[in-house]
Ligand binder design. Structure first.
Ligand SMILES: Cc1ncc(C[n+]2csc(CCOP(=O)(O)OP(=O)(O)O)c2C)c(N)n1
Length: 324
């Protein structure tokens, strides 16, 4: 990998962290329109996965996958406006962050029902297959979501039809407060892939190199027509489930253990070992990321609130023959 690419990957992780930190602060100031689910600590997972994709591939992020939006190409200004519930957001102020997809960049908005997007991702991959398109669908979900029937149905269907879809489970050890041992009885969630007839990979979600390696294998497999991969990335969220959750169900020792494997610090350590000018890179990257975030906040704050009647816009398609 070139130094330029490694620095770019670093920028994405720092941008995701800075963006989410600002969003958490804005939430505490009561400025936002909906729930905030920080993925702080999970940046290597979303950045590593999405960096491996092409612009015309599709991602299906869930509530903790802000990085997927940013790396896949969503405009940070519109993303922030979405989080503020303003007219320039993807849903034009009709919804909170969670449900705002950005169709122009291949980002499907999350649904509140966990795992409900997985069959949609499989369906989209089925369409790619039918139309002979060299494109992939990537569905993110947590280990909690993996317990839902939708996840099983999607993976079974994808396995039967050898679809170009990658299932990325970010296992951060808690689904809200439910720990792994009360969530599934297998050792790894990805062990289930065998039951669907495709490959399961278990990897560190905090180590960017590892994430990129497993993604490379999975995208190659899918593009060769060899079907899906179930990637389980072991990672950790530093914040509670959402900003109001103090996460009293975990120990300080556990949190600190994971913080000592911080994905951004691991990458900095790597760049240092490569003898790059780390202090200069850190300062430059942080300034660049903060500028993007501050511009996005200014844009969102200047974006108007939608008016009442706009609530009815876009609810129905224009009937055929009418309008245009
Ligand atoms: C079907 C369904 N059940 C419960 C919820 C409430 N809920 C939202 S997020 C969440 C925890 C999800 O955990 P996980 O899938 O592991 O993802 P994480 O939040 O850890 O990233 C729960 C229980 C929901 N949205 N949908």
């Amino acid at each position: 990998m070139t130094e330029q690419k490694e620095r770019e990957l670093y920028f994405w992780m720092v941008l995701v962290r800075e963006f989410e930190a600002r969003v958490a602060a804005l939430d505490k100031q009561g400025k936002l329109a909906g729930g905030v689910y920080s993925g702080r600590g999970q940046e290597a997972a979303t950045v590593g996965v999405c960096h491996a994709l092409r612009p015309d591939d599709w991602v299906f992020p869930l509530h903790r996958d802000m990085g997927a939006y940013l790396v896949k190409g969503a405009d940070p200004n519109r993303l922030m406006a979405q989080i503020f519930g303003r007219r320039d957001g993807f849903s034009k102020g009709k919804d909170s962050y969670l449900h705002g997809g950005d169709l122009a960049h291949g980002i499907f908005g999350a649904t509140s029902m966990l795992a409900a997007t997985l069959p949609v991702a499989a369906g989209m991959a089925y369409k790619f297959r039918m139309k002979n398109e060299d494109r992939l669908a990537v569905a993110f979900f947590g280990e909690g979501a993996s317990s839902r029937g939708d996840a099983h149905e999607a993976m079974n269907f994808a396995g039967v039809h050898k679809l170009p879809v990658i299932f990325v489970c970010e296992n951060n050890f808690y689904a809200y407060s439910t720990p792994n041992e009360l969530q599934f009885a297998v050792e790894n969630v990805a062990d289930r892939a065998a039951g669907y007839g495709f490959k399961g990979e278990v990897a560190s979600g905090n180590d960017l190199h590892t994430v990129m390696n497993v993604m490379q294998k999975a995208t190659d497999r899918a593009r060769r027509g060899e079907g899906p991969t179930f990637i389980e990335l072991k990672t950790y969220r530093y914040h509670g489930h959402s900003e109001h959750d103090r996460a009293a169900y975990r120990t300080e020792e556990e949190l600190v253990t994971w913080e000592s494997r911080d994905p951004i610090e691991l990458w900095e350590h790597y760049m240092d070992k490569r003898k790059y000018d780390l202090p200069a890179i850190q300062a430059e990257t942080l300034a660049r990321a903060r500028k993007v975030v501050e511009d996005a906040v200014a844009f969102a704050e200047a974006s108007p609130e939608p008016t009442g009647p706009e609530a009815m816009d876009d609810l129905y398609a224009t009937p055929v023959g009418e309008g245009r």
